[in-house]
Design a protein around this ligand. Structure first.
Ligand SMILES: Nc1ncnc2c1ncn2[C@@H]1O[C@H](COP(=O)(O)OP(=O)(O)OP(=O)(O)O)[C@@H](O)[C@H]1O
Ligand SMILES: [Mg+2]
Length: 353
């Protein structure tokens, strides 16, 4: 079932503006689209975002990659003026997110992590509502609506009630809505979470197509394969950015090949590998060892494992390896962002139930 947002959309994103978004100068191409300096957010005793700094260039597809609770949504909420920073600051489209919140809102589109369309209205009615909210000139609404609905391939469903849409269709309509007022920067918070692989791939087709429209895209994801599509990725963990670069450069930082092992007893195997000095980590599927040259290391690894070896696979570093390199654990859904030790504890507790 879709997760509908509990806070009315109009309360969260209303834009009170004397001027139309498109009538405002789009600013210099040289200036970063987003500039963030030491941005932090504290909720009581929780440091959700711990002083992050980064820039996003105009036209860039920039991804925030991180496990549950990393602070991705909190950062987006601050950049979209929905949450006030506890410290630090940021500018979006050249405007300060606190002092010039209205100017920021005029220039951004946002797809929330939770669904915010009205299920009782048709696709067209939802878009018209948004057009009023953003003061899109009435004469321009039909053409813009057709353009965005075509972009997400929903033109033939414009008169259907959203309650009859699949999760993927709702997400695509939300993207269309976010583009209706021609924002300079589009924020997508987990645009594909909960969608089946085919719909995810369709969504990505739409996202990549938006780049043709000269829109800067800032998205969050915890899917490693999706982050690969980004020009640059900021890896976030526990409210901090642990690395930020292109996918290729991030993988080069690992500086090692990964060897995945499945054994008859991974605990014993890990102990023997650690004793032999191998950089060994527990994964959801077995063990992973990082070595400078995977092919050359295989015979040594086989000799070092004291138990029956059931599988061995050598591969070049992936973004998962990058995450492990910087945090010491996997970003896997099933891991829930837990450390290897925490995962072991969880496994033990679960098996004791
Ligand atoms: N309004 C709030 N009040 C208290 N704590 C909050 C609030 N919003 C977020 N947090 C906490 O801040 C931390 C970061 O949450 P956030 O939603 O930003 O993570 P996320 O990276 O978006 O996670 P997910 O992948 O699950 O969406 C979490 O510990 C969360 O419980
Ligand atoms: Mg989130």
């Amino acid at each position: 079932m879709p997760r509908w947002h509990s806070v009315p959309y109009i309360c969260r994103m209303s834009v009170h503006s004397e001027s139309r978004p498109e009538s405002v100068s789009s600013g210099s191409k040289e200036l970063p689209a987003i500039q963030v300096a030491d941005l932090a957010k504290r909720f009581g005793s929780i440091d959700a975002v711990r002083g992050v700094s980064f820039d996003v260039k105009p036209g860039e597809l920039f991804a925030f990659l991180g496990p549950n609770g990393a602070g991705k949504t909190t950062t987006i909420n601050m950049l979209c003026t929905l949450a006030r920073p506890s410290a630090g600051g940021a500018s979006v489209a050249g405007f300060d997110i606190v002092r010039q919140a209205q100017q920021v809102r005029q220039r951004i589109g946002l797809v929330f992590q939770n669904y915010t369309l009205d299920p009782q209205l048709t696709a067209e009615e939802n878009l018209r509502f948004h057009a009023v909210l953003y003061r899109v000139p009435r004469s321009e609404v039909p053409a813009r609506m057709e353009r965005v609905l075509k972009l997400v391939d929903l033109l033939d469903r414009q008169n259907s009630r959203v309650a009859t849409f699949s999760g993927g269709m709702i997400r695509r309509l939300e993207i269309a809505r976010a583009l209706l007022h021609t924002p300079q920067i589009l924020f997508l918070d987990e645009p594909t979470v909960g969608l089946d692989p085919q719909t995810r791939s369709r969504m990505w087709h739409d996202v990549l197509q938006m780049r043709e429209e000269d829109v800067t895209i800032f998205l969050t994801t915890h899917y490693l394969d999706e982050a690969e599509n980004a020009d640059r990725i900021a890896i976030m963990d526990h409210g901090e950015i642990v690395a930020c670069d292109t996918p290729t450069a991030l993988k080069a930082m690992v500086g090692a090949d990964a060897v995945d092992l499945v054994t008859a007893d991974d605990t014993v195997a890990q102990e023997s590998l650690l004793r032999c000095g191998y950089d060994t980590h527990v994964t959801a599927d077995g063990l992973r060892v990082y070595v400078p040259d995977g092919a050359r290391a295989v015979s040594g690894l086989v000799a070092s494992v004291d138990v029956e070896l059931q599988q061995l696979r050598v591969h070049r570093p992936t973004l998962d390896d990058v995450f492990m390199h910087f945090t010491g654990r996997e970003i896997r859904d099933d891991g829930g962002g837990l450390t290897a030790q925490e995962q072991q504890v969880r496994t033990v507790t679960t098996s004791q139930r």
